[in-house]
Design a binder for this molecule. Structure first.
Ligand SMILES: [Zn+2]
Length: 492
């Protein structure tokens, strides 16, 4: 598959008269990749995705008919993309369509922070997430605050981003302590229209470290800044590798009550995608759905939608619901949460990991939209791990669930209206963001004016490509880019 993508990109670059580096700064490179992915879809069986790729080849004819599947069933999803050589069509079809893109799941780090001394294992994990083309001597600088603002707001069509963090026990081992998060938001506000913030903040808390009263006071202190859009927990992470249940009356319940009392009515939890030293007993979504049933006036967001890379996503089966999106659907059923209720699902990493197999992607999106509800699926990318989220955005715009899958599994059609909800309108409603006010602010902002100038500078090699912190020159770097789209990153 890798070779096919590379060959297709080289072919398109040659046909358009651009060198490879320059071609890779265009949406045509994404179109070439998606065209190949169409041919790599697995069937709809319970088996692992088809491994034979000998008869699948990149389409050189029509983008709509690239299905040379080696399995007996049709793929469940497809990318509808123009010819990669047609630069104008790629720009129009894959580029900014004026959607309100609200990425609820984003990251950067503070490379100078004390966390690197205090949490060396987390630093090791983060180093694996540096974009492959990074040329900084200190590679964590490719994930710093400037790289964040550049990749998110100049290098992608993202309108608003929620800044999250990795697990920590407090400011001393947080990759981005809450004060630093405020600094990032303030920097962004300094270059956009005042009062129309485009960086919202999570406060990541670990109530299972130290005295609970102290942790509840910490929550009150950050909430007092008026900048906490949601609290986020990692229930599978804790001292001595012990997690906890969000429904535990001694830990989770007081935290949710405290959030509610502080006026922060959104609680987020990482579920699925096992990270370092996770306590798997507490990594499933049952507890958060139990809390959603118990606290109907609060809203709960299941980060990653409980997806994990070791589970191949297929049609929902309650007998195979121990992990993955099925475990979320089952927890919703077990606790009687209706569609469009108070449980939300985030697509961070989940989309990036499943988009390489259109059938698996169709199952993930189909299950989430039909069970959580079309107003409850939230766009997230986990950027700027591995760089700008732009390729993920463009792939999502181009993606469709096939009619056969809609009929067979009761999945919805991915209409433009539904995509617009998922890309941003659902999150805007959840976090009380005034879409019109933000959009109006962007039109006049200095930052937005500079977006138009970016492509010129990229062409001249003066600033990095929107798709990567550095331009691509070599075959090896191209492979790095390709892998950053297709290889699992989550340490297990
Ligand atoms: Zn994340």
């Amino acid at each position: 598959m890798t070779r096919q993508v590379l060959d297709r990109i080289d072919l398109a670059a040659a046909r358009t008269g651009l060198d490879r580096r320059r071609f890779l700064t265009r949406s045509g490179a994404v179109a070439a990749t998606l065209t190949v992915l169409n041919g790599c879809a697995s069937g709809d069986g319970d088996a692992a995705p088809a491994t034979s790729t000998s008869t699948t080849g990149p389409s050189t004819t029509s983008a709509d008919t690239t299905t040379t599947s080696t399995t007996t069933t049709d793929p469940g999803g497809q990318y509808v993309v123009p010819e990669p050589e047609d630069e104008e069509a790629c720009r129009v079809e894959l580029g900014d369509r004026g959607e309100f893109v609200f990425d609820v799941h984003t990251h950067h780090v503070m490379p100078d922070g004390v966390w690197r001394e205090n949490a060396p294992r987390l630093e090791q994990m983060i180093r694996r997430l540096v974009p492959p083309g990074c040329t900084e001597a200190e590679r964590l600088e490719c994930l710093n605050r400037t790289a964040y603002l550049t990749n998110m707001f100049l290098g992608s069509d993202t309108t608003i981003a929620m800044l999250s963090d990795i697990p920590s026990s407090g400011p001393l081992d947080a990759a981005v302590p809450f004060d630093a998060k405020v600094g990032t938001a303030e920097l962004m506000e300094a270059i956009t229209v005042a009062g129309r913030s485009r960086v919202l903040l999570h406060d990541v808390i670990a109530p299972n470290f130290g005295p609970l009263d102290q942790r509840l006071d910490d929550m009150a202190a950050t909430a007092a800044t008026g900048r906490v859009s949601a609290f986020k927990v990692y229930t599978a992470w804790g001292p001595d590798r012990q997690g906890y249940s969000l429904a535990d009356p001694a830990i989770g319940v007081p935290v949710v009550e405290q959030a509610r009392d502080l006026g922060v009515d959104v609680m987020c939890a990482h579920k699925g995608l096992p990270l370092l030293e996770f306590d798997q007993r507490f990594n499933g979504p049952d507890d958060i759905c139990a809390m959603a049933a118990a606290f109907p006036d609060m809203r709960f967001v299941v980060y990653h939608s409980a997806f994990e890379t070791s589970t191949t996503e297929r049609a929902y089966d309650p007998d195979r619901a121990a992990t993955g999106v099925n475990s979320l659907v089952k927890a919703m059923d077990d606790h009687g949460i209706p569609p469009n209720g108070n449980v939300y699902g985030d697509l961070g990493t989940t989309w990036r990991e499943t988009m390489r197999d259109p059938t698996e992607a169709a199952h993930v999106l189909g299950k989430l939209i039909s069970r959580l509800g079309e107003d409850r699926v939230l766009w997230g990318t986990d950027a700027i791990w591995l760089g700008s989220p732009q390729a993920q955005i463009e792939a999502f715009r181009a993606f469709e669930i096939t009619e056969a899958f809609q009929e067979r599994h009761g999945y919805p059609a991915l209409t433009a209206e539904l995509k617009a909800k998922i890309l941003g309108l659902n999150a805007a409603e959840l976090f009380g963001v005034d879409v019109e006010a933000v959009t109006c602010g962007i039109d006049t902002s200095l930052l937005e004016a500079s977006r138009g100038e970016l492509q010129v500078l990229v062409d001249d090699g003066l600033v990095p490509s929107p798709y990567e912190p550095v331009g691509y020159m070599t075959r090896r770097e191209v492979l790095g880019w390709w892998r950053s789209l297709t290889e699992p990153w989550a340490p297990v």
